[in-house]
Write a protein of this length. Structure first.
Length: 259
């Protein structure tokens, strides 16, 4: 019986900025519906992985596959060859991937509801009625059903980040990327955002790839945790196992510093 292709596969992916190598021949797979958290020191390459998947950066070497098909590349003119993907192809493929950033990036002149509706209407081609119905359901999910008419500037940072989560989910992504989504929040607002993301992880079959320094959250939502250092995975394992009994000295040192 054939095995199902992983949601994401990095095949010997390298990312360089000049002489500086951020990712070093990385091999990485994330199964469909799997929740994977990336941990490690700043500059270890974690966020670069998310930026490559969002096509905010291009790979230097190697190939990224999504759902079993080349994502960073496309078939060349000669059979069996690959060439870097065109902007048009990238735009088509990245619709499957949603991302919640450290900064909320909401449109200040639009209401909360309009912020969530905008992309499904103009990118996915949904009717406004359908998009608004979905948006209201998602805003209920993130606990903001009573804020549909508010402007983002009238919301707390935690509420704005919850709107950003609803907006990402409105695009019906198969893969959701989370990049330090609580780092811009005051400490008392962190818990409300993490609670929403726990609900998303438990209540959907979405594939989740997360970068965080919140180890409690990583333990709660992750099937697997990867420890990064200098562009490579130094340790990988089930969340509770890696956090409680790390095998690698670099992992032990990092966890000791963030706890």
């Amino acid at each position: 019986m054939p095995t199902e292709d992983p949601a994401v596969r990095f095949e010997r992916v390298t990312k360089r900025y000049g002489d500086h190598t951020v990712l070093d021949a990385l091999d990485l797979e994330v199964g469909r519906g799997e929740r994977v958290t990336l941990i490690g020191p700043s500059g270890s390459g974690k966020t670069t992985i998310l930026r490559l998947l969002m096509t905010l950066e291009r790979v230097s070497d190697g190939v990224i596959h999504v759902d079993g098909e080349p994502y960073s590349h496309m078939p060349g003119r000669k059979p069996g060859t690959l060439v870097p993907a065109s902007e048009r192809r990238l735009a088509e493929r990245r619709r499957r991937i949603g991302m919640v950033f450290q900064q909320f990036n909401l449109f200040p002149h639009m209401s909360v509801l309009e912020n969530v509706v905008e992309a499904p209407v103009h990118v996915l081609g949904e009717s406004r009625e359908e998009a608004e119905r979905t948006a209201r359901d998602l805003l209920d999910l993130v606990g903001l059903g009573d804020k549909v008419d508010a402007r983002p500037t009238r919301l707390s940072g935690g509420q704005q980040q919850r709107v950003a989560i609803a907006r990402a989910l409105a695009m019906r992504p198969g893969i959701l990327l989370l990049d330090e989504v609580t780092s811009a929040l005051d400490p008392e607002l962190v818990a409300e955002v993490l609670d929403v993301l726990r609900d998303v992880a438990r209540g959907t079959d979405i594939t989740l790839l997360c970068v965080t320094h919140e180890m409690g959250f990583a333990r709660d939502v992750s099937d697997r945790i990867l420890m990064f250092d200098r562009g490579r995975v130094v340790e990988s394992g089930p969340a509770s196992e890696l956090l409680e009994s790390p095998a690698h000295e670099r992992t032990r040192a990092f966890l000791g510093a963030v706890r």
